[in-house]
Ligand binder design. Structure first.
Ligand SMILES: [Zn+2]
Length: 185
């Protein structure tokens, strides 16, 4: 089966966002250009890891003299706090993610591959292989990456408030606190 490659070069908007109530949020990566909207589902921890790795990548590029990777002092669209675009249809659930810096075009390439049952089936990242897991691939300039990173960090931090006793996230339906011998608080 030929793989589906959802390519945006660049997308008009590339964000992480959530659907649902605090504590029951579903996380998505979403790329949009015009009315073409592609959403892929992933875990909160994957959003956090992606933001961290993007930040590391851009810092690495800057250390090698790539001034284009610097975080702008003001980013157009950086305060994109809007919800995900509709429709939010899950194309696939994300397994492997890969990043690369294209030093010619000064773009970051972000690739999110669909989860496969056997990890061995995952394709070499950024390959032109015609078979393999479906993939969302975006190429974006550093300023858009920084905007993505800052939004993703806010999103991950904006989870459930911490329990004042144990620091674990509180659940809207109650919290079994390990520091209070499992009493529901
Ligand atoms: Zn607690």
């Amino acid at each position: 089966v030929p793989r589906k490659v959802f390519s945006f070069d660049p997308p008009e908007r590339f964000v992480a966002g959530t659907v649902g109530q605090p504590g029951e949020r579903t996380f998505f990566l979403q790329a949009r250009t015009g009315t073409r909207v592609i959403s892929v589902a992933l875990e909160k921890a994957q959003v956090a890891a992606l933001a961290e790795r993007l930040e590391e990548l851009l810092e690495q590029v800057q250390r090698r003299g790539g001034a284009a990777a610097a975080e702008p002092t003001t980013i157009e669209g950086a305060e994109d706090t809007g919800p995900l675009d509709q429709p939010i249809l899950e194309e696939f659930r994300v397994g492997t993610m890969a990043l690369a810096w294209d030093s010619v075009d000064e773009r970051v390439i972000v690739e999110a591959q669909a989860q496969t049952e056997a990890e061995a089936e995952a394709t070499e990242p950024l390959s032109d292989a015609e078979t393999g897991p479906d993939v969302l691939r975006v190429r974006i300039p550093a300023a858009a990456v920084w905007a993505f990173v800052r939004r993703a960090q806010r999103l991950v931090a904006a989870g459930r408030p911490p329990c004042p006793v144990c620091g674990l996230p509180l659940d809207p339906s109650g919290h079994v606190c390990p520091r209070q011998n499992g009493h529901l608080t």
